[in-house]
Write a protein that binds this ligand. Sequence first.
Ligand code: NAP
Length: 490
Amino acid sequence: MKPEEKKLLADVRTGLFVDGDWRSAEDGATFDVEDPSTGKVLTSVADATPADGAAALDAAAAAQESWAATSPRERAELLRCVFEAVTARAEDFALLMTMEMGKPLAEARGEVAYGAEFLRWFSEEAPRISGRFATAPDGKSRLVVLKRPVGPCLLITPWNFPLAMATRKIAPAIAAGCTMVLKPAALTPLTAALFTQVLSDAGLPAGVLNVIPTTAAGAVTGPLIKDSRLRKLSFTGSTPVGRKLLADSAHQVLRTSMELGGNAPFLVFGDADLDAAVDGAMVAKLRNMGEACTSANRFIVHTSVAKEFSRKLVERMARLRPARGTEPDSDLGPLIDAASRDKVHGLVRDAVVRGAEVLTGGAPIDGPGYFYPPTVITGVSEDARILSEEVFGPVAPIITFDTEDQAVNLANNTEYGLVSYAFTRDLRRGMRLMERLDSGMFGLNSGIVSNPAAPFGGVKQSGLGREGGLEGIEEFLEARYAGIADPFAG
Ligand code: NAP
């Protein structure tokens, strides 16, 4: 470990954060956090128990009323101040994220900028929470609609974007006036700890945010989801876990936001600018080593350009250098753990057994860490698992089509519906695809869609609700209505 890494780790709090204090787990237990590029332990953090979870919700419930009574401007200024603080410490956040999650430093810096932007965006939205006033259609009463914070929220986040997935929930919750319990992923709890320290230093009142890393996610959060003081669950993670949490949420008809898995199609038409399509493919496939819900999972390419597109993509992918993310020339970090690497390789093997050809990559890299090389496969048969399962790794399977209808049918043939991408020079076709592709988001001649000012989210089994944009704050507000008797009546 380099000296600056040691110094940063020594600064990061490793306790639970409950009611404004850092503390040990109730039973004193801790768990280790690993560097996926070496397999070595970085540090250990407190391992919350169900009793710690209950204490966190006690604190959130106790703080809710006074927090909801703060002015929108006060909450906005706090968020703005946290935006400045995260930006000022961007290098620390980036390094810590690279250490615990593996992505190259340049990408981690990108995530810090993206994650911080939610703080700025929602600092600007907080003072714009508004209701409406109307005269009833029969003129006999007045209607007032007001927006109130939904109340204490449970936020559960994944390991792949340790900062941005947290700020995308915490910023709108703060803006709306909700208190929170955050359960970060056990694989990457350190970035959330540093962010919590920054929030606390900026003056976030005790109890507003409580953070409980744990290795017993279900046992700790299950009772909270059934506790009537909890009013909202916002979850980002896999579709199977999302389904289970939705079922659990039915118990008290809890409001939920679900940002779940994806199986993004990436369409390349015969008239596409192929160099632009390859640039887009590199971002859509390799951002975060392919460990992104928005990652292009299936390349669906017109037969007339399939050969050339594959050749150009292979050329670019084969040039990349996998290395520890802190190395200046690292293009690609490791996958998060051995199970993820083995799952990715299993999908490649399955495709090959069913007749696919490996054009580059195709086997795990030996040595410490969980590296898998950029991989391109063609001739993938329809029944290969890689076309229906989320890959979550740097593997690009290519299949071909002849007509636009065929491309759309292939693209929509999945239970997921998070994002689709298409490259074409024909704007009318682009507009048609925007309406025909069954996904919550669409990238036209662009391999990246994430933007704090836009509503991020999926249709079908990719989830419910939206994060970011004008819609993001609504997830943490509820509409209340008052009917007022006609002020002119007798
Ligand atoms: P995951 O296994 O579903 O875990 C997500 C979070 O849920 C983690 O904090 C995890 O805790 C927790 N969790 C797991 N089982 C739980 C349970 N029974 N009760 C309560 N919490 C539970 O997903 P992941 O592997 O971390 O993340 C990858 C997945 O997230 C992919 O499917 C990806 O597409 C999806 N994702 C979606 C979006 C989006 O915006 N749509 C964004 C990013 C990622 P532990 O990890 O500590 O066990």
